[in-house]
Design a protein around this ligand. Structure first.
Ligand code: 13P
Ligand code: SF4
Length: 326
């Protein structure tokens, strides 16, 4: 009989947390000396999250990047997130510790392909998940994140047919929540689609009292097994609100570092896939603390954007930031 991976268990952190290493202290000193701020996504490694000034989801990071006064933003996340920081705050220097940190979703929607679709369907209102390139944002009408997608889609003029890009899973979830029909771009997150109903049911059999949260990038069959579906940021509030002491987290496992700090007394179970106990995004994990230190020392790799693309991409992004507040 095939042996399936056992889910990884993350018990409460020891009192006082994890002590800082010499490398972490070096990064903190460099950050101060270089007038830099470190913004980190919830999926980053624990040692990076621990030295970040702000750890959050794509939406929180976009707001934080827009209001940053520091000369340099070290963006610990993937390329489209660092680009977003540059789009909304172009006078700051934005560094990405590893320039190869991409995203399978962003790659699934090349700007030239979207331009072709728009040329033959000019009536479409393009709602773009923030997981796309600056060139794709520049062709879109409004941007969404998993944290605000339902709210934003409800504000799209009712007489316009929507093309939702590039995540078909997030798109189908938003469509079911809002009742709004949408054409879905055939893209997905290679990491989130590895969660399967069978793997989740095995985890549930092992922890029958543990409620399940899933990210909307998971397939519909997986989302249906979850007690709730939400963005990474909302997973923090959800975890705090649960009566249960053990929770199953169906997203990239870096999320659990954030949860362990913010909800210290609970035990988190990383939802397994059929092949691994702990699902990681290989792009998010390209950033390491050594690379964070090196980018602070050398002032590169730096995000650079053509101004025509940046300014065109800023319009739908600002629309999102405004619509998200009201
Ligand atoms: P969040 O906006 O929920 O953080 O998700 C970003 C992402 O890339 C999920 O894979
Ligand atoms: Fe992209 Fe998926 Fe990685 Fe998020 S987890 S950055 S959607 S590849």
């Amino acid at each position: 009989m095939k042996a399936f991976p056992v889910p990884a268990v993350f018990p409460p952190l020891p009192a006082g947390g994890i002590p800082l290493t010499d490398l972490q202290r070096e990064v903190l000193a460099l950050k101060k000396a270089k007038d830099a701020i470190i913004l980190a996504h919830n999926y980053q490694c624990e040692d990076i999250q621990a030295v970040a000034d702000y750890v959050g989801d794509s939406l929180g990071l976009a707001y934080k990047a827009a209001e940053t006064k520091n000369q340099t933003i070290v963006f610990c996340g993937v390329h489209f997130m660092a680009e977003t920081a540059k789009i909304v705050n172009p006078t700051r220097r934005v560094l990405l510790p590893d320039m190869n940190a991409g995203c399978s979703l962003a790659d699934s929607c090349p700007a030239e392909k979207l331009a072709q679709v728009k040329a033959t369907n000019p009536e479409l209102y393009v709602v773009a998940y923030i997981n796309c390139s600056a060139a794709v944002k520049a062709l879109s009408d409004v941007i969404v994140t998993s944290g605000n997608a339902t709210k934003i889609v409800q504000k799209v003029p009712a007489n316009r047919p929507i093309l939702f890009i590039p995540d078909q899973n997030l798109g189908s979830w938003v469509s079911s929540k809002t009742g709004r029909a949408m054409q879905l771009w055939p893209g997905n997150c290679y990491a989130h689609v590895q969660f399967t109903p069978a793997a989740l049911l095995r985890a549930k059999a092992q922890y029958p009292n543990a409620p399940i949260v899933a990210h909307p990038e998971c397939t519909e069959a997986v989302r249906e097994l979850a007690d709730t579906v939400c963005s990474t940021e909302k997973m923090v509030e959800w975890s705090k609100a649960q009566k249960a002491e053990t929770l199953i987290i169906t997203t990239e496992s870096g999320m659990i570092h954030r949860l362990r700090r913010e909800v210290p007394h609970k035990t988190f179970i990383a939802a397994p896939t059929d092949r691994c106990s702990c699902n990681e995004c290989r792009f998010m994990k390209m950033n390491t603390l050594e690379k964070v230190r090196d980018c602070l020392v050398h002032g590169k790799p730096e995000i650079e954007l053509e101004e025509s693309i940046r300014s065109a991409a800023e319009i739908p992004l600002r629309r999102m930031l405004e619509w998200s507040r009201i």
